[in-house]
Structure formats: C-alpha cells, structure tokens
Design a protein around this ligand. Structure first.
Ligand SMILES: *Cc1c(COP(=O)(O)O)cnc(C)c1O
Length: 668
C-alpha cells in the first residue's frame, strides 16, 4: 500500500471543494480555518479545541467564525458590485439577511456590523423577527423587508418604525393584507412602503423548492396583483408600491432554475411598472445555494458560482428593463444560507466504537458444529476471486436461513452467534478481495454498508443537525486531526439519543456527487480523544434543533482571528444545563429535589437506605441538575457499552479500545 498523506485526506473528504477556501488541512494533519482565504491567517482547529476545553468549554462545541461571515458578505456584495459595474447597470445592490436562517443575537449583530459598508438590511418573516429587526437595525440606509403572515399589530409596528428612521418595506404576501395596510396607513397617517410578492409559475429545483404557482403558500396571483394595483390607484397610493418580490425556495442547485425564475419575476416587475407604479426595487428572494458536497452536480451542491448568480440576475433584469425602457431597479437579495452556513462548525468527540469487521476466524472442531455453521465455514475457507459471485449468493441465502432456523428452534443461540460471526468474517474477506475490481463493485458496496463500524458520538442529531434527520440533508463531516494517517475504518455515526433515528449513515461523496453509506475514519486510540466536526452548519440548524431526549443547546464560542496569527474569543454562549431543559417541560429544580429528598427520608425510616447513601444520592442528584446535558469525557466511560470485540483463533477478546478521551491533558 502506498504512503498516506494529508493531500489524500483532502481528496477523500473533499475539503478543498466544499471548504470554499475557508478550511484546509495543515502539515500537522489538522483541519485549519482560514477566513480570509489562502493568503490570510490560519487557525488550527485541533489546537483551538484543546485550548477551549482547558478554558472549561465542553464538548460538543459549536464554533462560530465571524470572520467567515464578513468574508461571505464581502463576497456577495462584491459579486453584485462587479456584475453591476461591468454591465453598466444603473441600479445598486442591497442585500438583506433573512433572520429566520439563524436568529442568534451575536450573529445578527455581526452581520449588521460587517454589512454596514454595503447597507445590508434585514428580512423579517414573523412578528418576533420584526421586533428583532426594529431593535437591532440602526443604519438608516439599510432596508427592513417585512414578509410572512401579518396582523394589525405587525403592520402598525412596521409603519410607525419609519418614524424612527427605519427604512421598512411591508411586502403583501396574501391579498387580504393589502386592505389592512391601507387602513392602518390612514389611521396613523403614515404612508407605507409597499411590496408585492408575486406567485411565480416557474418551479424551483432541489430538495427545498417552494411549491410554485397556485399551490404556493405565499404570493399574489396575476389577477390579485392587477386588483391590488387598482386598489392602490383608487386610494391615490400607487406611489407607495415600491417593490416586487419573489422567492422560489432555498438551496437551488441549478442556475437554469434561478434564471427562469428571474425572467418571470422581471416580467412581473416590468408589467407592474407599466401600470403606473414607480417601482424602485426588485427583491429576488433567497435560494443562492451552498456547496455542501463539493461536487458541483447534486442537490447538495450548486452548478454555479456566486459571481455567475449575480451576473445572471443583473443581465436578465437589464435586458428586460431596457427592452421596456424602464429604469433599472435596485436589486435586493435575501440570501441567508449562503451568508451564514460556512461560518459554523460543530466539533464533537467520539466516545467509543463497535467493530463489525472480523479479520480472522477458526473453528477448532468443525464437525461438532451445526450443518449451517459447517457450510459457512467451508465458504469462508474456500472463498477466492473465482467463486466470489457464487459464494456471495450463498451467503445471502445462509443469512436468511440463520434467522429462520433460530426462530423455529432448530438453531441454538450459540450456533447462531457462530453463524453470524462467520457471516462477518466472510463479508470482510469478500470486501477485501473485491476491492479494486470494478466487476465486483455492487457486491462490495452492499457488504461494506453492512460491515461499517459504529462510532458513538457525543452530540444529538436532533439538537445540532435537525435537517440531517428530517430531510436527509448531507453535511461535510470529517476528523479534525490525524489526517496524515490513513483512515483504516469505515463507520456510521450514532448520537447520544435513544432514538434509532439518531444516527448519520449518509455521507457526501465529493467525487460522484452521490452519497456514501459510511465515513472513512481512524481507529480509536485508548486514552486519546478523537475529534470530528460537522461543517457548514450555520444555516437553519440551530433554531430547528430540538430537545429530543432532553439534550440541550451545546456550548458555543465566537472565535475571531487576529492579525498576529492568534485568535480571540468574542463570546462564549453557554449551553443548557439539565435543570434548564427540564424547565422547558415544566419540571422545577427545587420541586424535583424535594421529591427525591422525601423518598430518601421515608426509605431511611424503613431502613432500606443509610444516611450516608441518601446523602450521596442527593449530592449526585443536585450536581446532575446543574450539569451539561452531554457527556463529559471523564464520565463517559461507565455509560457506554464496551462492544468492541475481536475474534482471533476462535476466542473472544475484549480489546481495550473503549471510549476515547479519558486523558484530556494533551497540550500543544
Ligand atoms: C427562507 C427565506 C429566505 C432565505 O433563503 P436562503 O435560501 O436561505 O437564502 C429568503 N426569503 C424568504 C422569503 C424566505 O422565506
């Protein structure tokens, strides 16, 4: 086998593709973050995680990199500025950040701070989000776009906010809202800035596409738009109509779909303008995709760059406006995912593993075994390249037989155990022989999926990667260290919840744009932690995350790089402790302790528990209520099954390859 190196790891995990120049592997074999691209400073994630743990920040840790947000804002604004300049388009670009993508206060503040130079605004999709926008936005040049379901209170607040100097546009998402806006405006004597959201017929594409046409939840049909224009005209308010908006869904993988939507949207714009509305803005919504797998050709990816996106939008608007001889509108986009996804990564430790691969199997006296075990043993011993196809089919059949014979009471538990071990040993051998042989790809693929090891990971899919569970979204996942070593195991990842859905068994494949059923990882080393990270988790995951099994928010840190090559921690956001998640479901700390205390009192009276045992129990109980909801490295050991077993020469041996990280005193 040839030598392994960090370049091979980079290819294997695709980091140079999905990393978007923000993430690299360094010479030590660690992942590093480079927010300003190749020429800027770098921060070693492995060392960072060690430093953070020394400061008492606990695994799993959500790492946020404000520098990446800055870079993404500059990228997007820069792409539009270039497109506009080159095309001699006469409008300007004005981005707004849709708060729903990640509402965390520090992150919103970072966006407004970095976006100030580009007059970046905010998009609110609900009343609470409008309340955030009104408080946080103090840049009079920036827009606040109000979308979503609106009631009178929402509309009045948006109107009055103009008196604070806020540049608020109320977008009519449903026809009935228009009358409410007109009424409120008369009542308050404030002229509104109104937008119309058009229902496009052009379908989006990909996993997140909105239902289009008459089925879509939001937007006005052509006939509603015509009636709306007439209504405003009758009220002499047509000058208030300033903006046309549309949104065809998130993570649009194909530029063709985007172009088709912009064309239709631009036609709406031109027609409404021709009806007498002095429109100033076109708002093309969100949908700008993130390349989660680096392939450039799947639903998890994009077949276009940010520059192409900007160029196409500008070119289409320009040509339609020029054709109709109307002024070029300012362009608003509501990119959320594309602004914040890269800025966050979740780092977690692997607590232990169970291994399926069986390298060696011998039966001391085969003739004493059941027919089935003997047959399997024969297959195992005589397996070769020539008979692999035939034996594979036998194997599948024997596997079915094993279960049936056991169910009928013909096969003992001990014989079933041997049969299953033999199955693993045969499968391991087949995979070994089939590797590198294109004709045996199918066989290898089906067996490899079954042979994947299980890595027990210290996080909750439901809390930290809800879209992985809910809609099978793929995220790039990889170890953050040991990348100069060949990964010698294939694993699926399971989380801490008791839910059988709490796992990740689909991983990106940057080369094919497909997915693969396992991740290549390194063997765990006793006494040494193994750190992995899920990247590009900054969009949607945090707020959709839930408290399944009462695993709460993780610790989060905002880390900025300094000029001198160091870093500083801007914020530490402590995750939930147990009593906080219990309070969400109405359990009160004092009450819980009181109940347990009473139970100990009566048991002391009955003599079933001693005073010192009772005290120990209460101490543990109180400490438990104040602890992190995830496992700490020291305490992880007793909870996890020591499932790793390796069979050599017919004997089970427990290998000490248990939970990693009992020694966390590694320093740089
Ligand atoms: C969710 C949403 C967005 C954000 O979309 P991204 O694909 O994350 O950029 C923008 N506009 C509206 C109306 C939305 O509902």
């Amino acid at each position: 086998m040839s030598e392994w190196n960090t370049r091979k790891s980079a290819d294997l995990y695709g980091i140079n593709y999905w990393g978007a120049n923000f993430f690299r592997i360094n010479d030590q074999g660690h992942v590093e973050v480079k927010p300003a691209g190749d020429s800027g400073p770098a921060l070693d994630l492995y060392s960072l995680v060690q430093d953070l743990q020394e400061r008492g920040i606990r695994m799993p840790i959500l790492l946020r990199f404000p520098d990446i947000i800055k870079a993404r804002i500059e990228l997007l604004a820069g792409c539009f500025a270039r497109a506009i300049e080159e095309a001699k388009y006469t409008g300007v670009y004005r981005g707004v950040y849709p708060i729903k993508v990640n509402q965390q206060k520090h992150l919103v503040e970072e966006i407004l701070d970095f976006g100030k130079a580009y007059s970046f605004g905010l998009e609110a999709g609900s009343k609470p989000e409008l309340l955030i926008s009104l408080a946080q936005m103090d840049n009079p040049g920036a827009l606040i776009i109000c979308n979503g379901f609106k009631d009178q209170e929402y509309i009045e607040m948006a109107l009055i906010s103009q008196k604070l100097g806020r540049n608020t546009v109320i977008v009519v998402d449903r026809f009935s809202e228009l009358q409410m806006i007109i009424n409120a405006s008369k009542r308050l004597s404030i002229r509104p800035n109104i937008g119309f959201r058009a229902k496009l017929n052009t379908p989006g594409s990909g996993r997140w596409s909105e239902t289009s046409g008459s089925k879509s939840k939001f937007g006005l049909t052509p006939s509603e738009i015509v009636r709306g224009v007439e209504m405003l005209q009758a009220e002499t308010m047509l000058d208030c109509l300033q903006l046309i908006h549309f949104h065809i869904g998130s993570q649009i993988p194909s530029i063709q779909a985007i172009k088709a939507a912009i064309k239709e949207g631009a036609r709406f714009f031109a027609e409404i303008y021709a009806m007498g509305a002095s429109l100033k803005y076109i708002d093309v919504g969100g949908g700008l995709g993130v390349d989660y797998d680096g392939s450039g050709k799947s639903d998890s990816s994009t077949n276009y760059s940010e520059q192409e996106y900007a160029n196409d939008i500008v070119a289409i608007l320009q040509s339609i406006c020029d054709e109709k001889k109307i002024p070029h509108p300012d362009i608003i986009s509501e990119s959320g995912r594309a602004l914040v996804a890269h800025s966050t990564a979740l780092v977690f430790d692997v607590l232990g593993s169970s291994e399926i691969v069986l390298k060696d199997f011998t039966l001391p006296s085969p003739d004493k075994e059941s027919r089935l075990v003997q047959d399997l043993y024969d297959i195992y011993r005589s397996l070769s390249k020539e008979n692999i196809n035939e034996y594979y089919n036998d194997l599948v059949e024997k596997k079915r037989d094993t279960l049936q014979l056991f169910t009928y009471g013909v096969l003992s538990l001990e014989q079933r155990a041997k049969a299953e071990d033999l199955f693993r040993a045969i499968a391991t051998k087949i995979v070994h022989i089939a590797r590198g042989n294109p004709e045996l790809e199918d066989i290898r693929y089906s067996l490899e999926a079954e042979l994947s090891d299980t890595y027990f990971c210290n996080f909750s899919v439901f809390q930290s990667l809800p879209d992985s569970w809910a809609i099978d979204q793929l995220f790039p996942i990889m170890p953050v260290h040991r990348l100069q070593e060949r990964p010698d195991r294939r694993a699926i990842l399971v989380d801490l919840t008791c839910d059988s859905d709490g796992h990740i068994n689909n991983f990106i494949d940057a080369e094919s744009g497909g997915d693969q059923k396992y991740l290549e990882v390194h063997s765990l080393e006793p006494g040494h932690p193994y750190y992995m990270a899920v990247f590009l988790t900054g969009a949607y995951q945090e707020i959709l995350g839930d408290l399944h099994n009462l695993f709460g928010d993780t610790d989060a840190v905002h880390v900025s790089l300094t000029e001198s090559g160091g870093y500083q921690i801007d914020h530490v956001v402590e995750g939930d402790d147990v009593k906080e998640v219990l309070a969400y479901v109405e359990y009160n700390r004092a009450d819980l302790i009181e109940r347990v205390r009473k139970a100990t009192e009566s048991s002391i009276l009955k003599g079933t528990i001693s005073r010192s045992e009772a005290r120990l129990l209460l101490e543990h109980y109180e400490r438990g209520l104040s602890s992190y909801t995830y496992l700490s490295e020291e305490s992880s050991m007793p909870f996890l099954p020591q499932q790793k077993k390796e069979l050599s020469n017919g004997a089970y041996a427990t290998n000490g390859n248990g939970p990693a990280g009992t020694d966390n005193t590694v320093h740089k």
